[in-house]
Write a protein that binds this ligand. Structure first.
Ligand SMILES: [Zn+2]
Ligand SMILES: [Zn+2]
Length: 312
């Protein structure tokens, strides 16, 4: 065995989720917190009666330990961990919480989970099966974006439907609005970043009369790893870390446009108004100028104007 010096200095980020029934989420949360503290991992973990969802970073040795010890819990035995570059320094702190849901759809009692995962969810498709479905059924296949509308501004599947949602909490009202009733008998491929949101969304859709619902195994991430920019995905992938977005190849199309001037961009910026939490697509020039570095609301635009005036 024996670790080399480089191994010991290396660090990693682990991303994982698992839907499995948990009788005592608080006990699992306390165990996970103690484990992460002991291994000096940082990041964010949510435990609910439906399972666990986490992103943690630390040394390579700690991450390996964490995977081994976490899999000792019977429900997590077969959980897959995605390894990526980074470390504890990518997170401000360690946060381990027990909540009603591991993804906040606002439907904790509707979601049913068994030892095999979510009950009544969409059929899982591997990336190549997604393409096969489209080859066979053509334009009948509908891609349904399971993310917040903002994320889809810079990248989405070809001809995807992007629901009008600001947060995952908005999905149920959106599905029940009648807007998508014409899709109820069509093959629908739901997709999200890494697959977790569609585990829930696809079940909620089926419960609401969508007959043929699929979800992509491993989400956009796995599809992009397989097909890059040569498949049915277009543009950049919004990510929830300081990178903000990533591309699968140098051929990625720029789908986003600057809110101010319409130039192509995939860079989100914080609004000049610090109270406003909106992230807005802006080109480099418009982001550099406080007068244009705002979300588009009149209030924030006025704050931008005042900032420019104050600087003169
Ligand atoms: Zn611009
Ligand atoms: Zn704003």
């Amino acid at each position: 065995m024996g670790h080399t010096a480089t191994d010991l200095n290396e660090s990693r980020i682990l991303l994982y989720y698992c839907f499995t029934p948990i009788d005592d989420p608080t006990a699992v949360m306390l165990w996970q917190r103690a484990l992460c503290e002991q291994l000096e991992l940082k990041g964010r973990i949510i435990v609910s009666k439906h399972g666990i969802n986490g992103t943690v970073g630390g040394t390579l040795a700690s991450c390996k330990q964490y995977v081994r010890r976490t899999r000792e819990f019977p429900g997590f035995k077969d959980m897959e961990f995605k390894w990526s570059q980074g470390g504890a320094e990518d997170f401000p702190r360690l946060s381990v919480k027990a909540r009603e849901e591991i993804v906040s759809f606002g439907a904790p009692d509707e979601l049913k989970v068994g030892p095999e995962g979510v009950i009544g969810g969409g059929v899982h498709l591997k990336p190549e099966e997604v393409n096969k479905l489209v080859e066979e059924r053509g334009d009948d296949v509908v891609f349904f974006d399971g993310r917040n509308a903002m994320e889809a501004e810079i990248g989405r599947f070809k001809n995807a439907i992007v629901p009008d949602v600001q947060t995952t909490h908005d999905f149920i009202a959106e599905l029940e609005s009648g807007k998508y009733d014409h899709l109820k008998d069509k093959p629908i491929v739901s997709y999200c970043t890494g697959g977790i949101r569609c585990e829930v969304l696809s079940a909620l859709m089926k419960n609401r009369g969508f007959d043929e619902v699929y979800q992509i195994d491993g989400g956009i991430v796995r599809y992009g790893e397989k097909y890059g920019d040569k498949g049915l995905w277009e543009g950049s992938l919004y990510v929830f870390d300081r990178r903000m977005h990533m591309e699968f190849s140098e051929d990625a199309r720029v789908l986003g446009t600057c809110r101010e001037c319409g130039t192509g961009t995939n860079d989100f910026h914080n609004c000049v108004n610090e109270e406003c939490r909106k992230q807005t697509l802006l080109c480099e020039d418009c982001a550099a100028n406080p007068a244009t570095r705002h979300c588009g609301s009149e209030e924030c635009a006025a704050i931008g104007e005042r900032a420019v005036a104050a600087a003169q």
